[in-house]
Write a protein that binds this ligand. Structure first.
Ligand SMILES: [Cu+2]
Length: 223
């Protein structure tokens, strides 16, 4: 089930996917039950010659039950989702684990401008490197991503890393991920941001430790 989800290469991906499954099964069950009830009622109470429509006077206690029972069910589902979701939110969004790899992704119509801090590890210095639509990271390491926008709202989407974060002009938003598998994966914009939105499409390359070192040496040969 849910095999259409893109391959998961995020350290926290399983937890996010299990929440997706949970929502999927709850909404799937609700869909089947309500559609079945609709079809059964349509057949049972269809118009028949000689059968007049029922005259229902109403019953306050029964009507209250018809409202309160579904309310209790929905509330229980909501609370169980909160209960399951809160630890995942805390792990993924609330705090960023210690990280040695920092990148700044600056969104603009219609590119991802990726700023690498260089050997000094600081952004905004002379050894910074800027690449369009190319995000290079090492495997099995926490990568801290600083998100900025130069114009409108964008959303950095790394489907394989189960990472999706809005990028807002005037704000600096930090996120993180840890890739568990090397390879090249898509990096689209997930927020309609103008006429070139669909072309706002980069790539993330997850390198092995050795390949990443080689890539770093290639970019900063003097260091
Ligand atoms: Cu965009």
């Amino acid at each position: 089930m849910l095999s259409w989800l893109p391959e998961n290469i995020a350290s926290y991906g399983d937890k996010i996917d299990s929440l997706m499954y949970l929502v999927y099964y709850i909404t799937g069950t609700a869909f089947v039950v309500t559609e079945l009830a609709l079809i059964i009622f349509l057949i049972l109470y269809r118009r028949k010659p000689g059968r007049p429509a029922a005259y229902i006077t109403g019953n306050r206690a029964r009507q209250a039950l018809w409202t309160l029972v579904p309310l209790a069910v929905i509330l229980a589902i909501d609370l169980s989702l909160d209960f399951k979701g809160t630890p995942v939110w805390n792990e993924v969004k609330a705090a960023i684990p210690p990280s040695n790899v920092l990148v700044q992704v600056q969104a603009k119509q219609f590119n991802w401008e990726v700023h690498y801090p260089g050997p000094d590890g600081k952004l905004g210095t002379a050894d910074d490197l800027v690449m369009d639509n190319q995000l290079h990271v090492p495997v099995n390491q926490v990568v801290k991503v600083r998100l900025k926008s130069q114009d409108v709202i964008h959303s950095l989407f790394l489907p394989n890393l189960r990472f999706k974060q809005d990028v807002l002009p005037g704000r600096e938003i930090d996120g993180w991920f840890k890739a568990t598998k090397t390879g090249t994966y898509p990096m689209p914009c997930a927020e309609l941001c103008g006429f070139g939105h669909s072309g706002m499409y980069g790539q993330i390359t997850v390198h092995s430790a050795e390949d990443y070192q080689a890539w770093v040496r290639q970019q900063w040969p003097s260091s």
